[in-house]
Design a protein around this ligand. Sequence first.
Ligand code: ASP
Length: 375
Amino acid sequence: MRAIWKGVSLTLLITTLLGITTILRVQETGAKESVKKRSMSNQSPRTNPSAAQPFGFAIHGGAGTILKSEMSPEMEAAYRAKLQEAVLAGYNILKDGGSSLDAVEAAIRLLEDSPLFNAGKGSVLNSAGAVEMDASIMDGKTLKAGAVTDIKRIKNPISLARLVMEQTTHVLLASDGAEAFAKEKGLEFMPPEYFITDRRIKELEREKEKERKKQQQQNTKPKQTSRETELVAPFEGKYGTVGAVALDKQGNLAAGTSTGGKSNKRVGRVGDSPIIGAGNYANNRTCAVSGTGDGEYFMRLLVAYDVSALMEYKGMSVEDAARTVVMEKLKSLGGGGGLIAIDRQGRITMPFNTPGMYRAYVAADGTPVVKIYQD
Ligand code: ASP
C-alpha cells in the first residue's frame, strides 16, 4: 500500500514539476515575443512615458561653393533671417506638441516661398530655361514616404509630396500626373514666371558659358576617359536645395527635401531629392536625414539611407554615421555636398564637404543657431 502511495506521490510530483516548467517556458517565450515585437516596431522605445520627451529640429538651405568673400552683407543678412524664421517655425510646432511631419512641411514651405533658395520660387533653371522641381517627405514612424518630380507649376511641392504619401498608395508621382493629382486636391498653382528669378537666369547664362569653355578646352586637350574626367571634377555647384529633419515629442522622426535640382540640368533630369534613401530618409529606429549636393552621387551611394543603415547595423552614433558617409564615402567618390540628421534622442549633426552649407537648428535652451560657412 505504502509503495503504491509512494508511486502516486512521485507521479504527482513529476507531473507538477513538468507543468511548472511548461508554464515558465511559455512565459519566457511570451517575454521574448514582446521584446521582439517592441524592437521590430518603429516606435521609439519609451521606458517612462511620463518622462519629458526630447524633441529637435534642423534645416538646411543647400551646400556648395558658398564663400564669405563672395557674399554681400545684405545677402548674408537676408539668408540668416529666412533660415532663422524657418527653423523657429518648425521648432515652435514641435514645442507645442505638433508632429514632426507638420514641422518639416511648415519650414520647407517657408523656404520654398523665398526666392533665396533653390526650391519653389527661385528654383534653378534647366538647360531650356524652365523650372522642374522635385520634393519628398518621409515619416519615420510608419516608413511611409511621398515624393514628386518634374513639377512646374505647384507653389509648394513639399505639400504635394505629403499628399502623395498620405492620400495615395504610391510613393513617387511625376510631371503631368503629379500636377493633375495636385489639382484634384486643390493645391495652389502658380504660372511659370512666378518661379523664375533674374538671379537664376544669370546663373544659367554663366553655366552655359562655362559649359562652352569646357567644351572648347576638351576639344583642344588630349582625350581623357570619362572616369578621369569624373575624378578631377571639382565641387563647383552652389546647390541651394532646402530640407528639414525633426523629432517630435511623441518620439517620431520625419525628413523632407525640396529642390529645383541643378542649374543647366538636362530636361527631364531627376536628382536625389525625390528619391527616398538618396536625398531623404527617416526611420524611428535610427534617424531622419535630408541631403543637399551633387545629386547623382547621392543616388549612387544612397546617402540618406546609408546614414541610417550604419546606425542600425553597425551601431554607430548619428554623428559618426553622417561623417563617414559625407566626409569619407561621398567625398572619395568625388561628390560634393552635405546633410542634416537628427536621431531619436534629438542629437543633431550637419556635416558637409563643400566650402559652405546654409543650415540652422535650435539649441536646447530654445536659441536659434544659423550657420553658413565652415564654422
Ligand atoms: N541635390 C540636388 C540635386 O542634385 C541639388 C542640391 O542639393 O542643391 O538635384
